[in-house]
Design a protein around this ligand. Sequence first.
Ligand SMILES: [Zn+2]
Length: 462
Amino acid sequence: MENPHDFGRAFRALQLTCERALGSPLYREQPSNLRLASMEDFQKLPLTKRQDLQRVGIHGTRAVPLEEVCHYGETSGTTGASNSTWLTAGDFARNAQAIAVRHPDIFAPGRIIMNRFPFMSAPAHLIQLIAQQGAGVSIPAGNINWDVPFPRALDLARRTGAQVLAGFPFEPIILAKLAQARGLDPAKDLALDTFFLGGSPLPPVLQRRIEKIWNARVIELYGSTETMLLGTGCCERSLHLEIDHAYCEILRLDSEEYADVGEVGRLIVTTLGIEGSPLIRFDTGDRVRRLPPCACGDPRPAIVVLGRDGDEVKLGGSQFYSYEIIEAAAAAADAIDSSVFFTVVLPDRLLVRIEAEFADPAPAYTALRHHLRDVKVEIECVAPDMVLDTETLSRSPSVYKPVLISDWRGPERHILSIDQGMIEWPALGFAEAGRWLNRIWKKALTRRRLKQKIRVAKRRGE
Ligand SMILES: [Zn+2]
């Protein structure tokens, strides 16, 4: 992919990455020549695959002595083994500064940032660092965490008057529903004006939906554990690549040729700003589509991230990426004024469950067909809390520091074990338990009905 930045500068940056990479077992033991004399030399280098990272083991990508490292990270390993990455303080500082400089209206002194990225993900630490570098006040309130469940996150945002929320794309949907359940209007009763979101597909229809409910704007963040920051969104909702931090090539799915604008390709990244675990021509596994020049005026290439290699879903005669399925379902939900949906891929159709009781599903069907063409679809409009149960979410646990002594003589908590000391769930009330059982029962019925149909279809050899 021809990058619009200074070619000589890009080549020098690639040379530096290759020199750095010689410090790691991953590249030191590779037969290819990493002493680049020309761009052709670079293009001849083999791709680095995820399996290569796993093959060399936990320290295999580390190119600097441990004394220079400040952070270890690894992929969640949902597809099997994890990839390891070692980063220096400089690696983090460069990424944090790049984000802050790119978005001075989001990150600025005095701006309060709710940092909901999980502790083990790199963006959580980038947000902390952005604040430490002087561009805001961060609240480290990672989700997927016992001590800051959703209700507490909502309280924190209200009490502190947070203006920015950084986290996963579904965070604002969940918080909005919780707020509404408490009789609050997210657009009026909270000060949040910007959502900085990444980690899963965020099609424009979902961005607009979040912006509408919250009267706030959405900026997308894109990167990976192995490569760190790769890009952020612009005012036109395009994801621009951070070409000073990552040299990106988009190759055709079936060859080493560069993909054209509009064509789906493989994203290959050579890190430029990473000393700890530099990577050369790393196949991210991400499937992306290069966009035409962006109307915002930023000359850097813009892409849409469609999903991961292997995540594609075959429906009817076509293949869809997770981005396309989420985009279609979000558009269907939006068409009947809902933000809460869930998709189930069945052998013969796509089932989209939308929280929109008594809604006429016709506009949702139109939206789905517009996106998924001739795929067989079914929309199930369900009652509130059937897709996202705010009552269960609101039953947030109380979390305490671990203790080894419990004094039963006083009014303090009477506990008998360490685990009881750390966490305590509120008891279910009678009415609450009834509603909860009712939802469980309904979901079990739906599950049984769907499974039975799948079994019958299999028997018939469909
Ligand atoms: Zn743009």
